[in-house]
Design a protein around this ligand. Structure first.
Ligand SMILES: NC(=O)c1ccc[n+]([C@@H]2O[C@H](COP(=O)([O-])OP(=O)(O)OC[C@H]3O[C@@H](n4cnc5c(N)ncnc54)[C@H](O)[C@@H]3O)[C@@H](O)[C@H]2O)c1
Length: 343
């Protein structure tokens, strides 16, 4: 089996949602590894700008359309070796908690993509799953040093809103297709991803945006004691591509750091790095999500040889540098309030 340097050379790979934050970084890395990449993205939250360096390249085939339109997904599968399925109706905490109908469309979207992949005899589907598959009832106590292991979705289940249930059902579907139809598949459970090209509906970028806008008082949703393991984009992408090389039996792996960081500590780091000083205003009325969500990542180490390389402090600094270099204050001001709860 080819792995590493030459694994992707000249392979045709479909990246659904390839104009998104994470999707576009997956595209960058697949192209850098010599693959030919087809992207299907309806641009509902994806951005053409994320693919700007590759536009016009013969190695990138970009289809700006909805995968659910008749015939689109079937045509997109033609000649494809591996599918990275990242297209989803998805947003940050404010979106996932306040919207159930939108993410419910993922049940159909995921089912369609998997069924067409099977019909087209693609070798493998790599699915962008989420830490939202884990039972919320287990993640309520911040005094507990909890690391979520993959087997915690064996039941009883209590996924995180419709969004989380759709991710979990998609994983189950892929496992069934592996077992009953011989499809190759892997699911990667991403934990709160951040980095360049991230958007303001996710906590880290929202914090940076508040500092960028010099918000005072500086709003923090919940009581600020929520624990997360924010994971840097480059680590997520390397793990996803390794899953495409090394997992075929439908196994789901956590891709997340094991750092336990409280929201208020992250805010302090944002203040340190940006020089912004402000009074903190807690907003217990706003969505907080589970209070204690951190991955256990030894399965990814074992199956993929993967370990996160970027500690939060370093990734945060890089993300702040990117944000301050590329953003326009008036534009951020214009979109910020809406973005917190939308996609
Ligand atoms: N950002 C995170 O922290 C995180 C965590 C866990 C999982 N994920 C998953 O990773 C994937 C990428 O997320 P992201 O944060 O980069 O941003 P995102 O939500 O913007 O990505 C979704 C992409 O899919 C496209 N899309 C949506 N519906 C489509 C359709 N019907 N047809 C074609 N394209 C469609 C959007 O335009 C967008 O480019 C998603 O599946 C998301 O659920 C993200």
């Amino acid at each position: 089996m080819r792995t590493g340097e030459t694994f992707w050379t000249e392979k045709l790979v479909l990246v659904t949602g390839g104009a998104s934050f994470i999707g576009s970084h997956v595209v960058d890395q697949l192209l850098a590894r010599g693959a030919k990449v087809r992207v299907v993205d309806d641009m509902t939250s994806g951005r053409l700008d994320n693919l700007r360096p590759h536009l016009g390249s013969a190695k990138l085939d970009l289809l700006e359309t909805d995968l659910r339109e008749p015939g689109v997904t079937r045509a997109a599968m033609h000649g494809v070796d591996t599918v990275f399925h990242l297209a989803a109706d998805h947003g940050g905490r404010g979106y996932v908690e306040l919207h159930q109908a939108g993410p419910a469309s993922n049940f159909f979207l995921d089912g369609l993509v998997f069924a067409e992949a099977l019909k087209a005899k693609v070798k493998k589907v790599v699915f962008a799953s989420s830490g939202c598959v884990y039972p919320n009832f287990m993640q309520a106590d911040t005094s507990q040093v909890l690391y979520l292991t993959e087997d915690l979705t064996n039941g009883p289940n209590d996924a995180d809103n419709t969004y989380g249930w759709a991710k979990l059902m998609a994983e189950f579907t892929l496992k069934a297709y592996v077992k009953e139809h011989g499809l190759g598949a892997a699911s990667c459970r991403y934990f709160t991803v951040y980095g360049p090209r991230g958007v303001e509906n996710h906590a880290v970028i929202a914090m940076i945006a508040r500092a960028f806008l010099k918000q005072d008082p500086f709003e923090v949703w919940g009581d600020g004691t929520q624990i997360r393991n924010w994971t840097y984009i480059d680590d997520i992408v390397s793990g996803t591509i390794l899953a495409g090389e090394k997992i075929s039996d439908g196994t789901a792996v956590n891709l997340g750091t094991m750092e336990r960081i409280q929201v208020l500590d992250a805010v302090k780091m944002v203040f340190d790095f940006t020089g912004h000083k402000a009074k903190i205003k807690l907003r217990p009325d706003m969505p907080t999500g589970p209070l204690n969500r951190v991955a256990e990542n030894s399965l990814a180490k074992k199956l993929l040889g993967w370990e996160p390389k970027v500690p939060f402090r370093e990734g945060l600094q890089r993300t702040i540098d990117w944000y301050y270099k590329t953003k326009d204050r008036e534009e951020v001001q214009r979109i910020f309030a809406r973005m917190l709860t939308s996609r």
